[in-house]
Design a protein around this ligand. Structure first.
Ligand SMILES: C[S@@+](CC[C@H](N)C(=O)[O-])C[C@H]1O[C@@H](n2cnc3c(N)ncnc32)[C@H](O)[C@@H]1O
Length: 201
């Protein structure tokens, strides 16, 4: 990958298209992926823990739901599939990731309900029933905290956020910091070194 990070806005690396297969909640997914995006060759193990341990939206959920840092869109596609009436917003700074998520939303038949946009393009008045994220730890601690302080306040009053963070990448200190910021945080699950945090007001 040249000098690209997975959070590069416009990856210079050739896309080298590929597919990623996984299953969640008894459903099989085959999604488009490409070089230059996070975990391009497989469902990230942290994302897998999140999608298997957190409480997926109910079938009658209408959302809106938000996937912060959608990558090629695995979380977005699972949310849109589990909640076939919900609007799902997917944001990422990486343009290639956004293109892949849009293509994958179409693959799962949810193109009309999935809004894939750059972070600044989410309308200010949308409040989210649920926020989901495998957040970009590698952008740095201060930037990560800024990202969370940007999106968590967009939760509806009774909304819930689900985050997954590796313990060795600071999952427990992030938990403590969120509590210090006034959020209710529960370690909902812990598996394979990943913490699944449930965050509410
Ligand atoms: C750990 S990856 C998770 C990707 C995907 N959700 C998954 O589970 O495979 C985090 C994502 O956040 C994106 N990202 C980095 N900085 C961001 C920011 N400021 N706002 C939104 N997304 C960002 C990265 O480009 C990357 O795709």
């Amino acid at each position: 990958m040249t000098g690209d990070h997975y959070f590069t806005a416009e990856p210079a690396t050739a896309a080298q298209p590929r597919e990623v297969e996984f299953d969640v909640a008894g459903r099989d997914y085959t999604l488009a992926s490409a070089a230059g995006v996070f975990s391009a060759d497989r469902l990230d193990p942290g994302t897998a823990v999140l999608l298997r341990k957190a409480e997926l939206p109910a079938g009658d959920a209408t959302g809106p739901l938000l996937d912060v840092g959608c990558g090629f869109g695995p979380i977005t596609c699972v949310l849109a599939t589990c909640a076939p009436s919900a609007t799902v917003w997917a944001v990422d700074v990486n343009e290639r990731a956004r293109d892949l998520t849009a293509a994958n939303a179409a693959r799962v038949g949810a193109a009309d309900r999935v809004r894939v946009v750059a972070p600044d393009d989410v309308p200010a008045d949308v409040q989210f029933a649920q926020i989901w994220s495998n957040p970009p730890i590698r952008i740095g601690k201060a930037e990560l905290r800024e990202l969370l302080l940007r999106w968590l306040p967009r939760l509806a009053p009774d909304g819930v956020a689900w985050l997954v963070v590796a313990r060795h990448l600071g999952g427990d200190s992030l938990h403590r910091w969120l509590v210090e910021q006034g959020w209710q945080v529960e370690r909902h699950a812990s598996q394979k070194g990943y913490r699944v945090l449930r965050v509410t007001r």
